[in-house]
Design a protein around this ligand. Structure first.
Ligand code: AMP
Length: 465
C-alpha cells in the first residue's frame, strides 16, 4: 500500500516537473538568459538578509543611500578600468535617446563614488560611511551562482586611511555573514601597496610574464598588455602555475604600505578573524591600491565560493573628479549568500503565520465580513480569508490547510443578528458570540492555545529526555 502511494507521489512529482518544463517551452516570453525571478518561496531568505543588513548597518554607523541602476558608462570605464573583463566583455552599455552612452551598473562602488562627489559629501564629518544594496549586471556565462543580473550589498567608507578601518570592514563582513547563520566563512587578504608601489610592481610582473608568455592562456596573453595583474588570479591551471612563481606584491612595498599591512594583520589576529594571506589576490579592477580581500565560503569549491570582496581605493575619488579622499569598501554577493544559506540550512526568520480564518456564507455575510476583517486586522489579529469562495466546505478546507487555530463563521443568520460562530480548531468546540466581543474573545482564545501548545511542547521535550 505504502509502495503504491510513494510511486503515486513520485509520479505526481515528475508530472509537476514535466508540466513546469513544458510550460517553460511553450510560453512566448521568458526572462532574459542569466536573469531570473526570485519566487515567493525564496523570499524568506531575502527578507532575512534585509533584516540582518539593516541591523549591521545601524550597529556600525552606516547611512543608507539608493543609487540609480544606470550610470553614464564613463563612471565605470574611468574607475573599473578599460582593460578589465568587466568593461571589455561584461558591461551592458547602450546609447540613450539623447545620445549619451549609458551602462547598467556592473558593480556598486563606482556609482557610490560618483554620488559621494556629486552630492558634496566631502564636507561631511569623516569618515563618511555609506551602504547601498541592489542589482548589478554582467554579461557573463550563466551557471549556478553566476548570473547576468545579481544582487549585492555594498559598504563604503570615505575619509579614513588608518588600517584599523580596513580591519573593521573585514570584521563587519564577517559579522554580517555570521549573523546570517553561515559557518565556514574565511578571508583571503593581500596588499597591492601604494599607487607608486603598484606601478613598480606592474613593471616587474610584466617582465616576468613576458618570459612565460608561451605558457599563458589566450585571454592572459592579451591581458599581458592591458591588465597584467589580472593574470595572477586567472583560473586556468597553466596560468596558475605561472602565477605561482611570479614576483609577489608583498615583497615590493614601500615602508608605509608594509606598515599598513602589518597593522591590518595584527588587528585581524586580535579580532580572531579566520584569514590567510593570498599573494596572488589582486582583484580584477583598476581602482584598488593597498589592502584587497575576498570573502570565501569554505564549504564551496571553485569560482562560486567567493561570497564577496573589496579593498582600498585611496586615489579613486580624486580620479573621478573629487578631492583626494582615502576610501575602502566591499561588496557581498547576495545570490551566493542565499545559496549558502540553503546549503547550510540556516535558520531564517519568517513572518508569523495567521492563526485565524474568516469564513462567510451568503450575500449579506460576505458584505459584513469585510468590516469584520478590518476590525480584527486593526486590533493586530492576523486573519486569512477566501472571500471569493461561497461554499463553507471549501472555506473550512482552506482554513485547515493553513493550520488556522480558530475559524470564524459568518452566515446569513449571524449577519442579521450581529453575531458570529467561533470554532476552536484545536479543541473542536464552537460557540456563537456577539460581533462586538469578537476581538476580545479571539485574543483570549489565542492566548489559551499558546499555553496549550507550550505545554504540549514541554511534554514532548520531557518524553525525549
Ligand atoms: P566582485 O566585485 O566581482 O568580486 O563581486 C563581489 C561578489 O559579488 C562576488 O564575490 C560574488 O559573490 C558576487 N558576484 C559577482 N559576480 C556575480 C555574478 N555574475 N553572479 C552572482 N554573483 C556574483
Amino acid at each position: 500500500m505504502r509502495a503504491k502511494s510513494s510511486s503515486r507521489s513520485q509520479r505526481s512529482n515528475s508530472e509537476k516537473k514535466i508540466s513546469k518544463e513544458s510550460v517553460r517551452m511553450t510560453v512566448p516570453f521568458q526572462s532574459p538568459r542569466g536573469m531570473r525571478d526570485i519566487l515567493p518561496e525564496d523570499q524568506v531568505y531575502w527578507g532575512h538578509i534585509d533584516r540582518v543588513l539593516a541591523k549591521v548597518v545601524q550597529e556600525f554607523g552606516f547611512q543608507k543611500i539608493t543609487l540609480p541602476t544606470v550610470e553614464c558608462a564613463g563612471v565605470f570605464t574611468r574607475s573599473v578600468g578599460e582593460g578589465t573583463d568587466i568593461i571589455e566583455k561584461e558591461m551592458y552599455t547602450f546609447p540613450s535617446r539623447g545620445g549619451d552612452m549609458l551602462a547598467l551598473r556592473p558593480e556598486l562602488t563606482a556609482g557610490m563614488v560618483r554620488a559621494f562627489i556629486q552630492n558634496g559629501m566631502q564636507v561631511l564629518a569623516k569618515p563618511v560611511k555609506l551602504f547601498t544594496q541592489g542589482p548589478a549586471f554582467r554579461y557573463d556565462r550563466p551557471q549556478e551562482g553566476r548570473y547576468r543580473e545579481f544582487y549585492q550589498a555594498d559598504f563604503e567608507v570615505f575619509g579614513e586611511d588608518d588600517p584599523i578601518m580596513d580591519a573593521q570592514m573585514i570584521q563587519m563582513a564577517y559579522r554580517t555573514l555570521l549573523t546570517l547563520g553561515l559557518k565556514n566563512v574565511t578571508f583571503q587578504v593581500n596588499t597591492l601597496g601604494s599607487e607608486e608601489d603598484k606601478k613598480q610592481y606592474r613593471k616587474l610582473l610584466v617582465s616576468y610574464l613576458r618570459s612565460k608568455k608561451i605558457k599563458l592562456c589566450r585571454d592572459c596573453k592579451r591581458r599581458l598588455a592591458i591588465n597584467p595583474l589580472r593574470i595572477l588570479d586567472c583560473k586556468e591551471e597553466k596560468c596558475q602555475q605561472v602565477a605561482q612563481s611570479a614576483p609577489q606584491t608583498v615583497d615590493h612595498l614601500s615602508p608605509e604600505a608594509r606598515n599598513h599591512f602589518k597593522f591590518l594583520l595584527e588587528y585581524l589576529d586580535e579580532l580572531e578573524i579566520p584569514y590567510s594571506i593570498c599573494p596572488s589576490l589582486v582583484r580584477g579592477l583598476d581602482y584598488y591600491s593597498g589592502t584587497v580581500f575576498e570573502i570565501l565560503s569554505a564549504g564551496f569549491n571553485g569560482r562560486q565560493s567567493a561570497l564577496g570582496g573589496g579593498g582600498r581605493y585611496d586615489t579613486l575619488v580624486k580620479r573621478m573628479g573629487g578631492e583626494q579622499t582615502p576610501a575602502i569598501g566591499f561588496g557581498i554577493g547576495l545570490d551566493r549568500v542565499v545559496m549558502c544559506m540553503k546549503r547550510e540550512k540556516t535558520k531564517v526568520y519568517s513572518d508569523p503565520k495567521p492563526k485565524v480564518f474568516l469564513a462567510q456564507l451568503g450575500e449579506l455575510a460576505k458584505k459584513k465580513s469585510l468590516r469584520l476583517f478590518a476590525q480584527l486586522e486593526k486590533n493586530g489579529i492576523l486573519v486569512r480569508e477566501s472571500f471569493g469562495r461561497g461554499g463553507l466546505k471549501a472555506q473550512l478546507r482552506h482554513s485547515s490547510k493553513i493550520g488556522a487555530e480558530i475559524t470564524i463563521i459568518l452566515g446569513q443568520k449571524e449577519a442579521i443578528d450581529e453575531t458570529v460562530i467561533v470554532k476552536d480548531m484545536v479543541s473542536g468546540s464552537q460557540e456563537t458570540v456577539s460581533q462586538e466581543r469578537l476581538v476580545e474573545i479571539i485574543k483570549k482564545m489565542l492566548k489559551n492555545n499558546g499555553i496549550i501548545f507550550q505545554k504540549r511542547q514541554m511534554d514532548k521535550d520531557k518524553q525525549r529526555e
